[in-house]
Design a protein around this ligand. Sequence first.
Ligand code: GLY
Ligand code: MN
Ligand code: MN
Length: 433
Amino acid sequence: MRYQQIPNTLFIENRNRFIAKMKPNTIAILTSNDIKHNNADDVMDFAQNNDLFYLSGINQEETILVLYPEAYKEENRAILFVKETNEHIKIWDGEKLTKEEAANISGIKRVEWVNDFETLLQYMAFEADGFYLGHNEHIKRVTKDQETRQDRMITWCKQKYPLHHYYRAAKITRELRPVKSQEEIDLIQKAAAISVESFYSILKAVKPNMKEYELEAELIYNLVKSGAKRHAFKPIVASGKNACALHYNTNDAICKDGDMILMDFGVCYANYNSDTTRCFPVNGTFSKRQKEVYSSVLHCLKEGSKLLKPGITHIDYEKNMATLVEAELIKLGVLHADEVANQDPERPLYKKYFMHGTAHYIGLDVHDVGLYRTIEPGMVFTCEPGIYIPEEGIGCRLENDYLITEKGHINLTEDMPIEIEAIEALMNNKKEQ
Ligand code: GLY
Ligand code: MN
Ligand code: MN
């Protein structure tokens, strides 16, 4: 494994928290994701199902977790099913997890081969009244033509056991996952530390006329070297006006002297993610206007992030952030105070220059799952205000990751330079790292 093994107490505690929310006499079945194909026999990098990982720590395909806390026989209360290897798999793909390794990673004593799943479940299904099944319920999930392993499990289980009750495992995991354990916070912090290192390399590497993807290359070199698995998402390296397209990621333009670059990038380490955005001038010195826009966004980040603390609702936080950005847009001369005073409150004018939310959970998913609720200690949020002025070819967003504490928050990305003077000094080699 690329990362230091996560203490299995995390997964044991996660299972205990999950079980405490299950209805009486029910069985939970969580499955891994499929290995997905591009074309022909070319496959995508495997991404584990995050609910399964949260409850087991297993990163291997064809894994099933069964939890039946009220099973009559103690040995049936938690069973992990993993893929049985053979000589063919060994020769082509290398080693797969042994039962002992899977037991050690997950803290689950009973590990069986996945081919025995249906037979073993049969013994338990008769005794139980219902099933919790996993499903990706994300609002943006495209269902057409994208049948998942979870979908197949739902179809199979309902067909085989039509008279049981069915419940949504996601309802429970989405309640639990927003509040992080110390082990999870440490992993997000580690991912953030790799992002910080990468940013220093970026500042050293950037020069006029290089291609945006050359900076993307610095990121991948740094994260792989540090034992991370992959980018948290395809990084955005957007110079000049490209920064005004929020999800620009072709990264194939030339970084021109005089332009500012927006880089939104993250690291996935041990399945946990960081998500940060920084902006910097291609030639090492911000222009007067770039400085003005950058300072406005930095002000919103500094003031807006202060609101990320226990007791505030996500909606109130976003409203306050919008008010901050609106005031800066007036200061920048992009909006006029009188137009704003008379605007239709349902269609505020700032949306033309600032059109996205500024805080999302972060964890096993970059946009981590969980219903938004009043902010609590242990939650981890990004804070990412931005101002985009296409007519001036300037887009600026700044993004940090914050752990909510009893008293306020801790900035997990504190070490990533953000002040204008610090960035210019680093770019112009005026200051040692
Ligand atoms: N890059 C995705 C985000 O910042 O939310
Ligand atoms: Mn981001
Ligand atoms: Mn983000």
